[in-house]
Design a protein around this ligand. Structure first.
Ligand code: PHE
Length: 453
């Protein structure tokens, strides 16, 4: 991402850079860790089907709309609403909601990113494979500790802050153009190994054969939350990134490409996890530890397994890093542009405050596991509230704003690049943004609040 180092706004250097940086934000633990564990808990194929619906009907319109707001305003999420809204409106509170969501997501996301560092470390030191080891138990023992999860959490938070302060984001983007395709290739290798296990067919059936009786309002809520989480939408990340997109780039097709890549990676992660899981007799509904229990099992059954494992976990950590950078950037861009803080101070302030919340998340499986609300520990609550409530509300406000509040001339200008792109799809887009997407998001949210039961 080409974040500006000072008040001069940078911009992405090419169309590819836009897609690479936004895909860097979108692709991460959401695809490889969160998607499989949610699909596992919520009916496999049924979840995938509903997820795809959410991505197309709500995800792409919200993403395009965030880009429209960001590029039109050339500001951070909060400032963008302030600049574009009519007098006396208060849409900038959507920016505030996004900043709050950024803090909360950073807290639990960094915890999981820390777990990937631990698994990388274990692979490099040759301790990943445990003869007769039950990898679910290994994961539980590790994550319930009070030292290692915290250390790795702090290391990862430090890395994120270092990247933002030192302004090496451009460097990271450059490397990730090579590294992320490599992660993709490795994921495909894993998927191939996974589907060739005896008994793998059951796993494929689980993922691709929807059992319609599993579809419920609750599954819709989870799928919607996952779609928004995975696409990095609903909290202003892509408003902030949109503000760095050049005038010549096509916002709608960029959004469609990023969504396609993001969704494909989640599905391939599913193909890597479920066949192996069923072949080894694990349970699909084992929660956030799912992939950490299954992946070592696959690597163990591969030639050069620990080399592949080390490579995979480090690449996954880098994928997580390009996502945490984009989350922290929401807060930092706000502090720098609205409160006129220096970039270094803003980063430190955001990092330290997010770390306090994050420590609670990192300790939620161990010393703080007794703190629960409705059966959820602190980590689970942060995850639930952000993805299933805050992001959908944010996304709902974004489409309503672009569909009904923003000046039509601004909307048309951004979507057609001042008429250069033609406006054939514009009526379809505007219909979806005004009616389809808001109604669909509102229905899912109302359901979750207990309506229609
Ligand atoms: N989309 C990222 C992932 O899937 C996580 C993320 C969520 C990033 C929200 C930015 C904003 O890993």
């Amino acid at each position: 991402m080409s974040a500006h180092k000072d008040q001069n706004r940078g911009s992405f250097s090419s169309k590819f850079a836009v897609i690479a940086a936004t895909a860097g934000s979108a692709v991460g633990l959401g695809n490889i860790w969160r998607f499989p564990y949610l699909a596992g808990e919520n009916g496999g194929g049924a979840f995938l089907l509903v997820y795809l619906l959410c991505v197309v009907i709500m995800g792409i319109p919200v993403m395009t709309s965030e880009f429209v707001i960001g590029r039109a305003a050339q500001r951070n999420a909060y400032g963008a609403f302030k600049k574009l809204q009519p007098k006396n409106h208060r849409w900038h509170y959507v920016g505030v909601l996004g900043i709050a969501a950024a803090f909360m997501i950073l807290a639990f996301y960094t915890t999981v990113a820390g777990w990937t560092l631990e698994y990388f470390f274990q692979s490099v030191t040759g301790n990943l494979f445990k003869p007769d080891g039950d990898y679910a138990t290994v994961f539980n023992e590790f994550s319930s500790g009070s030292v290692r999860p915290v250390i790795w959490f702090l290391v990862f938070m430090g890395l994120t802050g270092f990247v933002i302060v030192s302004g090496v984001e451009n460097g990271i983007e450059k490397y990730s153009k090579i590294l992320m395709p490599l992660l993709f290739v490795l994921l495909i290798v894993l998927a191939i190994r996974s589907v060739t296990f005896d008994g793998a067919g059951e796993g494929l059936k689980f993922l691709f054969k929807p059992d319609m009786s599993k579809i419920s309002g609750y599954v819709f809520l989870k799928a919607l939350g996952q779609a928004f989480f995975s696409l990095s939408i609903g909290m202003g990340t892509l408003i902030t990134y949109g503000s760095y997109i050049k005038k010549e780039d096509n916002l709608a097709t960029s959004a469609a490409w990023i969504t396609l890549v993001d969704t494909m990676i989640a599905i391939i992660a599913g193909i890597a996890i479920f066949p192996a899981l069923f072949a080894f007799g694990g349970s699909p509904s084992s929660g956030p530890g799912l992939v950490f229990a299954v992946l070592p099992e696959i690597f163990e059954q591969m030639p050069l397994g620990s080399v592949f494992a080390a490579l995979f976990f480090i690449l996954l950590s880098i994928a997580a890093l390009t996502s945490t950078i984009s989350i922290l950037e929401v807060v930092v861009a706000y502090l720098v542009e609205e409160l006129k803080m220096s970039r270094v101070r803003a980063t430190l302030l955001a990092m330290i405050s997010a770390s306090m919340l994050g420590l609670l998340a990192a300790l939620s499986f161990g010393p703080l596991s007794g703190f629960t609300v409705g059966g959820q520990n602190i980590f689970g609550m942060l995850d639930y509230v952000t993805s299933n409530i805050m992001l959908p509300i944010g996304g709902l406000c974004v489409v309503i704003f672009v569909g009904w509040v923003l000046k039509p001339s601004v909307r048309i200008r951004e979507l057609t690049n001042n008429g250069k792109l033609g406006s054939r799809f514009y009526p379809v887009y505007i219909y979806i943004v005004r009616f389809v997407a808001p109604v669909a998001i509102a229905l899912v949210l109302l359901y979750s609040l207990g309506f229609f039961i």
